[in-house]
Design a protein around this ligand. Structure first.
Ligand code: NAG
Ligand code: NAG
Ligand code: NAG
Ligand code: NAG
Length: 440
């Protein structure tokens, strides 16, 4: 007991010193949600013939090393060490009980061989590639039906070299859906921490049909004009925690999804119990979003301490007729916005469908969304809530939401087909939200 108390005391002092006085001492984190395993065995990618010169293609070395981890099955798992250097490789699959460890100065770089890139089936909850019909190019790093996986290190880099893929998209010569940088599918007990993700061809980190995923202390970087480079998209997944990260990309920084129209409805796997906190960054699209693909349902979401600047939208909840499903029990608290075009936007009418087979009677149910403690400066349009006709969004509650334009103009909230409440909101909230106690 005494030792435990001492440890706790040192932990307390360390935390206190590390944070300084301005931060709360009881900083909640998800550390411990998924056990951080210290692997007994370490192998280096160099032992498998890899050369970190930035020119040698090391796909075979990654596959051999991971094959070895999978089949030798060392007790406690194996750590695959990637030393400093630039390790060019094609895409590869991870396996259970492994840690992929990137040393300081290590970069795993994707080859740009778009013509020979492997294909995989579309996701059942999407029915097709998100941007092209048919299959998808396999993600650069894949986890499929595995567990107990850690991707970490000393802030090494995973670089997707997405430029050629962005060009294929721009000049409309893409055949299939572009690869994600990392996709985790049907997997559980995953930690991703202390890694830099750069220039993904498409979405950066895509956990889909997953449980127990912790992503913390990562940086995700892509140019603002790179198409669809979403930061992290938890999709039909639960018990996901994303925290303490910096994300600056060309699309939504974090976006919670659960499948697309009739495919998402029939797959029927919601995203739920997701925490997103202490995220900072900038994008021409949304800082944090839910949807618009939410056909399997999204519930029990907590987003807190979000800092968004130089961006298109601060908080965006989006859906559409034909999506079906629901978005409910969402709490968003502690949002700072600076230089953001549109502060808070909640809308139906995303208007894109996988095909013409979607059900026009599949109307999403959007309710019980609480947005509080929001402070925004240099906001061009504070807020809008556009529900779906005859199926209004209900229980949308704003409290202590202050959004200021650069020049002091008062741009009113715009609302249709919504009910809920507003307390202490500036500028004055729309009359659809009752319980207003402030005049804007
Ligand atoms: C990687 O996993 C995919 C399925 O996710 C499979 O199609 C492919 O054959 C695997 N590749 C290797 C080299 O094991
Ligand atoms: C990695 O980056 C984080 C900040 O995101 C920093 O706190 C940590 O000290 C860095 N670690 C190393 C080994 O450089
Ligand atoms: C489209 O972009 C790719 C990648 O940069 C390039 O190889 C290809 O020639 C371009 N095609 C056209 C039609 O511009
Ligand atoms: C609502 O979501 C919170 C997380 O923000 C969760 O703790 C709570 O259990 C959920 N409530 C219900 C009724 O599902």
């Amino acid at each position: 007991m005494e030792i435990m108390q001492k440890l706790q005391f040192f932990f307390f002092v360390f935390t206190f010193l590390a944070l300084g006085f301005e931060d709360t001492l009881a900083l909640t984190t998800c550390s411990g949600t998924v056990p951080m395993k210290y692997r007994k065995e370490t192998i280096s990618i160099e032992d498998y013939g890899a050369v970190g010169d930035g020119r040698t293609v090391n796909t075979w070395s990654f596959q051999k090393a991971i094959y070895r981890i999978k089949h030798l099955r060392r007790r406690g798992g194996t750590l695959l060490y990637v030393p400093p250097g630039v390790w060019l490789t094609g895409s590869f699959n991870l396996t259970s009980h492994m840690t992929l460890f990137l040393a300081k100065g290590a970069t795993i770089k994707a080859v740009q061989d778009t013509e020979n890139w492997a294909l995989v089936d579309p996701l059942p909850s999407y029915g097709r590639g998100r941007e092209r019909p048919g299959g998808r190019y396999m993600s650069f790093i894949n986890a499929d039906r595995i567990h107990d996986v850690i991707i970490t290190g000393e802030n090494g880099t995973i670089d997707g070299q997405g430029g050629v893929w962005w060009d294929l998209w721009r000049n409309q010569t893409l055949v299939y859906n572009r690869p994600n940088l990392i996709e985790l599918m049907h997997s559980k007990d995953i930690i991703i921490s202390n890694v830099i993700f750069k220039n993904s061809p498409f979405w950066n980190i895509h956990p889909v049909y997953c449980t127990n995923v912790v992503i913390q202390h990562v940086a995700i970087l892509a140019p603002h004009d790179s198409p669809n480079t979403d930061g992290i998209d938890p999709d039909s997944s639960n018990n996901i925690c994303i925290e303490d990260s910096y994300i600056s990309t060309g699309d939504d920084l974090v976006s919670i999804k659960s499948g697309w129209d009739e495919y998402g409805i029939s797959y029927g796997r919601p995203s739920h119990d997701i925490t997103i906190r202490r995220i900072k960054g900038s994008t021409p699209f949304a800082g944090v979003s839910i949807g618009s693909e939410a056909s399997g349902g999204v519930h029990s979401i907590l987003m807190e301490n979000i800092n968004i600047y130089n961006s298109g939208i601060g908080v965006h909840i989006k859906t559409e007729v034909g999506r079906g499903g629901y978005i409910k029990n969402v709490t968003i608290s502690g949002v700072n916005l600076y230089d953001v075009h549109h502060g808070i936007k909640i809308n139906g009418g995303s208007n894109d469908h996988p095909d013409n087979k979607y059900d026009p009677n599949a109307i999403p149910d959007v309710r019980d969304i609480s947005i509080k403690n929001v402070w925004g400066v240099n906001i061009e349009r504070p807020g809008s809530i556009t529900g779906i006709k005859d199926r209004p969004f209900t229980g949308i509650c704003l409290s202590n939401v202050k959004l200021w334009t650069a020049n002091g103009d008062v741009i009113p909230w715009k609302c249709t087909d919504v009910s809920g409440c507003a307390i202490d909101v500036r500028p004055r909230p729309c009359t659809e939200l009752t319980g207003s106690s402030t005049v804007g």
